[in-house]
Design a binder for this molecule. Structure first.
Ligand code: GRG
Length: 276
């Protein structure tokens, strides 16, 4: 779906492709595809949405790595986009991926393949999750809390907004587009919120005890920058317990879905143990 890198705008296109094809676990697309299957749809029917979620996620990583934000040199095992293409191109490539995500899911071809109200619901969920009430609020709180005393409520808000919001939306959007019921969407939303929180707390633990070669990015940056994280605020052991608590809630939430949710349950276990 991405533009080829062989025309007059190839620098911008190359930058967009550089970050998308740098690797990455593709967790959000996988969750959207699995949510579609769980509600009785086909993963194939949500492939454009899955790609769009990865575009939104990759934009957030590009902007998060900029000197004005976390100022990181390495991402997905490669130099960050601004290190290779410069800051201006990195900002624009991030903007381009974010807007392209909405272009892709609302294109006439995509719109012909589903009901208008389903598509509108998906656009709303994704815009809400990516916007100033969730992802951008989380990033704002993350940056503005650096080096300051914070309470557990603020850290929980950062974790929920900057990470769980998009993970949750991946599941709810996948289910919505595949025709899931309101009850199924609520169940998947609860699973996604808790999975997302566990995902971020595990990320914060990996910053302390992870292997930079496996992670593809630098470690031990959070303490240096005075980041507001649960391991930093409450210690490693409590952070580990919090991961398990959120994963238990997530797995319990999907129990009414029975065997259909077996893969989501396995993803929960994987998130608790992930090393990259
Ligand atoms: C609007 C200027 C501007 C910036 C927005 C919203 C934002 C910047 C950043 C989002 C915050 C962020 C990067 C949260 C971290 C979430 C997280 C744990 C990312 C890593 O996700 P993985 O492990 O990465 O899925 P891969 O590389 O596997 O895709």
């Amino acid at each position: 779906m991405l533009p080829q890198a062989d025309n007059e705008h190839s620098l911008l296109h190359r930058a967009m492709r550089y970050s998308i094809f740098a690797g990455g676990k593709r967790i959000r697309p996988i969750l959207a595809m699995e949510a579609a299957e769980v509600v009785g749809g086909s993963y194939k029917s949500v492939m454009t949405l899955a790609a769009a979620l990865e575009c939104v996620h990759t934009y957030s990583l590009i902007h998060d790595d900029l000197p004005a934000m976390d100022d990181d040199d390495l991402r997905r095992g490669k130099p960050t986009l601004h290190k290779v293409f410069g800051e201006a191109v990195a900002i624009l490539a991030g903007d381009a991926l974010l807007t392209f995500a909405f272009e892709a899911i609302s294109s006439p071809t995509a719109a012909r393949a589903c009901r208008a109200e389903q598509l509108l619901g998906v656009i709303y969920e994704l815009a809400y999750a990516s916007g100033f009430r969730r992802l951008i609020k989380g990033q704002f709180l993350d940056i503005s809390s650096e080096g300051k005393p914070v309470d557990a409520e603020t850290v929980d808000c950062i974790v929920s907004s900057k990470t769980a919001a998009l993970i949750r939306a991946s599941l709810t959007c996948g289910a919505l587009l595949a025709g899931g019921s309101a009850e199924e969407i609520e169940i998947l939303g609860c699973y996604g919120e808790n999975l997302g929180k566990a995902f971020q707390i595990r990320d914060d633990l990996l910053d302390i005890e992870g292997d930079p070669n496996k992670l593809g990015k630098a470690v031990r940056k959070d303490q240096q920058r005075g980041k507001a994280t649960f391991p930093g605020l409450l210690g490693i052991e409590i952070a580990r317990e919090m991961i398990q608590k959120h994963l238990s809630i997530a797995i319990e939430a999907i129990s009414p879905l029975g065997e259909k949710a077996a893969i989501l349950s396995k993803i929960g276990k994987y998130i608790g143990q992930r090393i990259n």
